[in-house]
Design a protein around this ligand. Structure first.
Ligand code: PLP
Length: 406
C-alpha cells in the first residue's frame, strides 16, 4: 500500500523548516531527497565498512568489495542489463555521456559522419557531442520540437542518413517533463540505419524502471542523486560489445591486468573504465536507494505523481497569465511555467521566503528557452513524497509572489 505518511517519515529533511516555514521541496528535477535507508547505508559504510575495494586480502577490503559488487548487481537487475559487466560506475550522467562521446568518437567517428540528438537535450547531452563532432569534422544534427514540447518525430526519416552513426536523446525532458516514446523511436531508428542509440535517463529513473533489453538501446545513462541516492555516483549501461571495443576513457589504478615499464594490458569491462578509487559508498548508497523505490513500486509512484501533476496543473491554470511550457499528454510530474513578464528568479526568491523550493532559470536547456523565446522558466518538479497539501502551499505562495511583483 502507498502510505504517504510512512514514506515522508523516511525522509528526515522533510521535517525541517526554511525561513520558519515547513519545507516544501519541489526541486526534485535538480536532485532527489534521500530516505534514511540511504543515509543509514552511508553512515554504516563509514562506521563499519570503510576500506578500499578490489585489491585487499584483509577482511574489511573483502567485505566491501563484495558489497560494492553486489550494488553493481542490484543496479544491473534494476534496469534488466543482460550482464553485470555492462554496468560501469561513473560520477553521474554527465560523466557517462562524456565517456561515450570520447570512446565512440575515437573509434567510430570519421569526417562527414553524423550524430543526431534533439533540441530538448540537457547541455550535458549537447556539449560533448558538439566537441567530438568538431574534432572529428562530423556533423551534429537535431530533431526539432513543437510548441507542446514534443519531438517532431515525423522528421526522423529526413534526418537519418547512411552516415548517421549515433542517435542520442533524453528519456524525459528535465525542463518540459515530456516522456519521449523511446522504445518506438529505437524501433524506427533501427529500421532506418545502423546507428547506435544512447538514452539519457537522468530524469526518467526517479519515475520509472527502464528495461534496457526491452528498449534495445546501446547506452543508457543516469545519475544516482536524482534517484534518491548519493551525489557523485552514476551509471553507464553499455552493451557488452561496446565496452569490449571501447578504449579506456581514463587510465590508472584499477583499470589494468598487468603493467610493465613498456606497456599495459587492460582489465576486462567494466573495470577497464573505472580508474582510481571509486565512490564506493556512492555505489552502495545507490543500491540502497534502488531497493527503497522498488519496495514502494513504480506503479504506485507513478499513480501518486500523476495525481500531483493533474492537481497542480489545474490549480496553476486557474491563475491569470500563466503559461505552461511542456504540455504533452505524455509527461511526468514537472511543471515549467512563467507568469506574464515576471522574471522566474524573482518568483523563485519570493517562494523561498515561504519555504517553497522550486528552480528558476534555463535548467541547462538554453536551446529550449530559445525555442520559446524566454529567459527561463519557473520549474516545480514533484517526487513521490510530495503531497497535494504542499501544492496548496505552493499555489498560495505563488499568488502572493505575483501580487508583490505585478
Ligand atoms: N541530463 C538530464 C536530462 C538532466 O536533467 C541532468 C541534470 O539535471 C543531466 C543530464 C546531468 O546530470 P548530472 O548533473 O547528475 O550529471
Amino acid at each position: 500500500m502507498f502510505d504517504i505518511n510512512k514514506i515522508r517519515s523516511d525522509f528526515p529533511i522533510l521535517n525541517r523548516t526554511v525561513n520558519n516555514k515547513p519545507l516544501v521541496y519541489f526541486d526534485n528535477g535538480a536532485t532527489g531527497q534521500k530516505p534514511k535507508q540511504v543515509i543509514d547505508a552511508l553512515v554504516n559504510y563509514y562506521s563499519n565498512q570503510n576500506s578500499n575495494i578490489h585489491r585487499g586480502v584483509h577482511t574489511l577490503s573483502r567485505e566491501i568489495t563484495i558489497a560494492y559488487e553486489e550494488a553493481r548487481q542490484t543496479i544491473a537487475s534494476h534496469i534488466n542489463a543482460k550482464q553485470v559487466s555492462e554496468i560501469v560506475f561513473t560520477k553521474g550522467t554527465t560523466e557517462s555521456i562524456n565517456l561515450v562521446t570520447y570512446c565512440f568518437g575515437k573509434i567510430e567517428l570519421n569526417e562527414g559522419d553524423e550524430i543526431l540528438i534533439t533540441e530538448m537535450e540537457h547541455h550535458s547531452n549537447i556539449i560533448p557531442w558538439q566537441i567530438v563532432c568538431e574534432e572529428k569534422k562530423a556533423v551534429l544534427k537535431y530533431i526539432p520540437i513543437n510548441e507542446a514540447g514534443e519531438l517532431i518525430l515525423e522528421k526522423l526519416p529526413q534526418l537519418i542518413t547512411s552516415k548517421t552513426k549515433l542517435v542520442a536523446f533524453t528519456h524525459i525532458s528535465n525542463t518540459l517533463g515530456t516522456i519521449n516514446p523511446v522504445k518506438e523511436m529505437i524501433v524506427q531508428i533501427r529500421s532506418l540505419c545502423k546507428a547506435a542509440v544512447l538514452i539519457d535517463g537522468a530524469q526518467a529513473v526517479p519515475h520509472l524502471k527502464p528495461d534496457v533489453q526491452d528498449l534495445d538501446c546501446d547506452f543508457y545513462v543516469f545519475s544516482g542523486h536524482k534517484l534518491f541516492g548519493p551525489t557523485g555516483v552514476g551509471i553507464l549501461y553499455a552493451k557488452q560489445h561496446w565496452l569490449e571495443k571501447f578504449p579506456p576513457y581514463q587510465t590508472g589504478g584499477g583499470t589494468i591486468k598487468t603493467v610493465t615499464l613498456e606497456k599495459t594490458e587492460f582489465a576486462d569491462p567494466p573495470l577497464k573504465f573505472e580508474a582510481g578509487t571509486p565512490h564506493i559508498e556512492g555505489g552502495i548508497g545507490l543500491a540502497a536507494a534502488i531497493s527503497y523505490v522498488n519496495a514502494i513500486g513504480f506503479e504506485a509512484i507513478q499513480k501518486h505523481e500523476n495525481t500531483l501533476l493533474d492537481y497542480a496543473t489545474k490549480k496553476l491554470l486557474e491563475i491569470e497569465d500563466i503559461r505552461i511550457y511542456g504540455t504533452s499528454k505524455h509527461k511526468t510530474s514537472v511543471l515549467s511555467f512563467n507568469v506574464g513578464n515576471i522574471h522566474p528568479f524573482d518568483v523563485g526568491s519570493i517562494l523561498d521566503k515561504y519555504g517553497v523550493a522550486i528552480r528558476s532559470g534555463h535548467h541547462c536547456t538554453q536551446p529550449i528557452c530559445k525555442f520559446y523565446n524566454i529567459p527561463g522558466t519557473i520549474r516545480a518538479s514533484f517526487a513521490f513524497y510530495n503531497t497535494v497539501e504542499e501544492i496548496d502551499v505552493f499555489i498560495a505562495a505563488l499568488k502572493k509572489a505575483i501580487r508583490l511583483l505585478s
